[in-house]
Ligand binder design. Structure first.
Ligand SMILES: [Zn+2]
Length: 70
């Protein structure tokens, strides 16, 4: 786990399972596909660079403390 300071943009992907924006975990823009585990639903997927964008994680990710959030 790594902290995501509020207001700071990070590279995100849109989870293909729950469709929320979750941190990709990469520090720099990836030039090849990366594997990201969704912090909300636990879905592990490969994402293409074209699916990575700069943004902020979904509110649920920021407040994710409770397990089992749908
Ligand atoms: Zn998900």
């Amino acid at each position: 786990m790594f902290p995501t300071p509020a207001g700071r943009k990070t590279f995100e992907v849109t989870c293909k399972q729950c469709r929320r924006d979750v941190p990709s975990g990469v520090k720099e823009f990836p030039f090849q596909s990366i594997t990201v585990e969704c912090r909300l639903c636990g879905e592990m997927r490969r994402y293409l660079p074209s699916e990575v964008f700069l943004g902020r994680p979904d509110q649920l990710v920021v407040h994710q403390r409770r397990a089992g959030v749908r």
